[in-house]
Design a protein around this ligand. Structure first.
Ligand code: 13P
Length: 247
């Protein structure tokens, strides 16, 4: 059985005052069935880990592929772990687009995350043009194959399917489209990693909100969500968590 995972990606949002949302989330959901993860900006990882007090997991949004060195502005996986992070999002489409991250780079970062003891939340997803061209499965399959390192396990790897055109737009794929991609990703993971691939959680991300969470969580091979905008407020993220717990 795969434990469900409600993950929030705060992206470039939040200051110390935002940690009140973490306290509110924990107060409203003291013992959720699902695993809960919040990934704030790097500046807040340490403070959020303290505020979370082990009740929810905290993650980074990126890490460097090297353990240390002359890489101004970058953060190593070990530094995230040192601040109390247990997870790191890698290969988000915004990083692939804004920072030219290739699947090879994401794979190297995932290996670095593993070496530091972090769980890698590896993102894949097609653009609207790629979907319109009928390239979705080929594209996400190539991203998955290239971004997940050999030897990945269910314990150290989570996959998030995030169609680029659904992120921050209020648009979501149909449930059939989500199921098609998630079933495909599951088959690819099982073909490559066997029982470990069977155990890896598959999250859907892109305009998940309280009003659509229940139907998305009832979809084949959806083990949770990677939530952007709706993870910033405890009330919204808590409602999504409740939907996941009920799924
Ligand atoms: P939204 O939930 O704001 O669409 O963002 C999704 C996302 O990119 C999470 O990583």
């Amino acid at each position: 059985m795969r434990r469900k995972l409600a993950a929030g990606n705060w992206k470039m949002n939040g200051t110390k005052a935002s940690l009140a949302e973490v306290a509110a989330l924990i107060a409203a959901h003291p013992s959720p069935k699902s695993e809960v993860l919040l990934c704030p900006p790097a500046t807040l990882v340490a403070a959020m880990a303290t505020a979370a007090a082990g009740k929810i997991a905290v993650g980074g949004q990126d890490c460097h592929m090297k353990a240390s060195g002359a890489h101004t502005g970058d953060i190593a996986a070990e530094m995230l772990a040192d601040c109390g992070a247990s997870h790191v999002i890698l290969g988000h489409s915004e990083r692939r687009a804004d920072h030219g991250e290739s699947s090879d780079m994401v794979c190297a970062k995932a290996a670095a995350a593993r070496a530091a003891g972090l769980v890698a939340v590896i993102c894949v997803g097609e653009t609207e043009a790629q979907r319109d061209a009928g390239e979705t499965l080929a594209l996400v399959g190539a991203q998955l194959a290239g971004s997940v390192p050999d030897g990945a396990t269910a314990a150290n790897t989570v996959i998030a399917y995030e169609p680029v055109w659904a992120i921050g737009t209020g648009r979501t794929p149909t449930l059939e489209q989500i199921a098609e991609v998630h079933d495909f990703l599951r088959a690819e993971l099982v073909a490559r990693f066997g029982t470990e691939g069977e155990g890896m959680r598959l999250l859907y991300g892109g305009s998940v909100k309280p009003s659509n969470a229940t139907e998305i969580f009832a979809t084949s091979n959806v083990d949770g969500a990677l939530v952007g905008g709706a993870s910033l407020k405890a009330a919204d993220f808590g409602a999504i968590l409740s939907a996941l717990d009920a799924a």
